[in-house]
Design a protein around this ligand. Structure first.
Ligand code: NDP
Length: 446
């Protein structure tokens, strides 16, 4: 990296947040992409844009005490990072997973700033979560935890201040419990969370949005390669919310999804994955993907999830978690003829893997662009809540589709303008950044 200002800001980030590896990784990637923008717009340095954009506006860390089914007191840690509000209220998901820490929430919150900017909707960036693990917990335990979590968080959020949504470990059940507690404490019914149930203010197509959006984005990348999903073999990691609906949309466009996974391992089915079975296991029964082979005899289960990338495919959609696809996996994908990778998850490819994809000149859509469909429909859920209206599935889906086309075009055009055609990492970072930077400049030093 050549720019002195960028190097200085990155050093400060590392000094201020020692040991926060995922956070450093995300900031480094974005700042490296921004070097040509910073060199072209010296006034961004004068306004201290980079120093300010890397520092969250506010971070809240709190105790979440709750009582388990055996009557024992449990304590988890809750975090909300309100990163940047230049473009609108803070907006970003809540993650419940044992790996959650400040580094992970800060990397996600930082990425969210640029992702939300790319959507074209009025949303700032934020993220939150807890090291609580919902796996193996009863509904009552999850409810007590969510109520305790919201009993602290409620004082920091509001429909016009900060609007959280779901993420890993937080789906309709958890959002429902948190919404109920917020309403009870504040005595107000408004759209303070998105991803709500359809009966009380949720949006049609929100559940599908991230997965569908990733496939819409990938479709645009494939069009640029003069091809489509028709007849393609796809490998999709994860079997959660994003993975399931990415699979559904890819199949509807003519692809055959041959493998899916969870944190335990992956299933391979040359005949094509039976998504009804995956939905039943994951959405209803909350079981492991290993159970799939008991119901579908043509499938094979392999322990350990990284091996999924050794399966030959045309399109890879990483939809599980950060850094799940390393350099070795990327080389294996490229060697086996993969032509497109679109990230449903946030930062699933390591920096080495990203380099492999870019060097091989395969189509590569980074998460902050390719998975922006989820937050886009969250933005549309906020609009519907403000209007007290509910749009049809097709209305929301067609808006989502157009937003994903726009994001792809914005990233593609910024990459061309800054002399790295085809590099959607640079394109997405640059297009997302410029809007936020200009809004920050207009609003003064705050
Ligand atoms: P879910 O909790 O619904 O599903 C997550 C899936 O990924 C599960 O199959 C899970 O397996 C697997 N997984 C989680 N952690 C790991 C791990 N450490 N190693 C391997 N596999 C893992 O979450 P979502 O589908 O909502 O989120 C998936 C990704 O998409 C995340 O990166 C999230 O940040 C991103 N994303 C989500 C959006 C949304 O709208 N939900 C929006 C934009 C991005 P297991 O069940 O075994 O843990």
């Amino acid at each position: 990296m050549s720019n002195e200002y960028v190097v200085r800001v990155l050093e400060t980030v590392k000094k201020r947040a020692p040991g926060e590896a995922e956070f450093h990784q995300a900031v480094s990637e974005v700042l490296e992409s921004l070097v040509p923008v910073i060199e072209k717009n010296k006034d961004f340095e004068d306004a201290g844009i980079l120093e300010r954009i890397v520092e969250p506006e506010r971070q809240i860390i709190f105790r979440v005490p709750w009582i388990d089914d055996k009557g024992k007191v449990q304590v988890n840690r809750g975090i909300r990072v309100q990163y940047n509000s230049a473009l609108g209220p803070y907006k970003g998901g809540i993650r419940f997973h044992p790996s959650v820490n400040a580094s992970i929430i800060k990397f996600l919150g930082f990425e969210q700033i640029f992702k939300n900017s790319l959507t074209g909707l009025m949303m700032g960036g934020g993220k939150g979560g807890s090291d609580f693990d919902p796996k193996g917990r009863s509904d009552n335990e999850v409810m007590r935890f969510c109520q305790s979590f919201m009993t602290e968080l409620y004082r920091h959020i509001d429909a016009d201040t900060d609007v959280p949504a779901g993420d890993i470990g937080v789906g309709a059940r958890e959002i429902g419990y948190m919404f109920g507690q917020y309403k009870r404490i504040k005595n107000i019914f408004h759209g303070v969370l998105t991803g709500k149930g359809l009966l009380y203010g949720g949006s049609l197509a929100r559940k599908e949005a991230t997965g569908f959006g990733t496939v819409y984005f990938c479709e645009e990348m494939l069009k640029d390669k003069k091809t489509s999903f028709e007849g393609k073999k796809a490998v999709i990691s994860g079997s959660g919310n994003v993975a399931i609906y990415a699979a559904q949309k890819a199949m509807s466009l003519g692809a055959k999804v041959i493998a899916m996974s969870d944190s335990g391992g992956y299933v391979y089915d040359a005949e094509g994955i039976n998504l009804d079975v995956v939905k039943k296991l994951k959405e209803i029964e909350r079981k492991r993907i290993s159970e799939y082979v008991k119901e579908v005899k043509s499938a094979k289960y392999t322990e350990g999830c990284a091996g999924i990338w050794t399966i030959a495919c045309d399109v890879a959609l990483p939809c599980a978690t950060q850094n799940e696809l390393d350099g070795k996996s990327a080389r294996s994908l490229v060697k086996n003829g993969c032509i497109a990778v679109a990230e449903g998850a946030n930062m699933p490819s390591t920096p080495e893997a990203v380099k492999v994809f870019l060097d091989a000149k395969i189509a590569y859509g980074p998460g902050k662009a390719a998975n922006a469909g989820g937050v886009s429909v969250s933005g549309l859920e906020m609009s519907q809540n403000s209007q007290r209206l509910a749009w049809t599935f097709d209305e929301v889906d067609s808006k989502l589709h157009q937003i994903m086309i726009n994001i792809h075009n914005a990233a593609k055009n910024a990459a061309i303008e800054y002399n790295t055609p085809g590099n959607l990492v640079n394109g997405a970072n640059i297009a997302g950044f410029i809007k936020v930077a200009k809004a920050m400049q207009s609003q003064g030093v705050i």
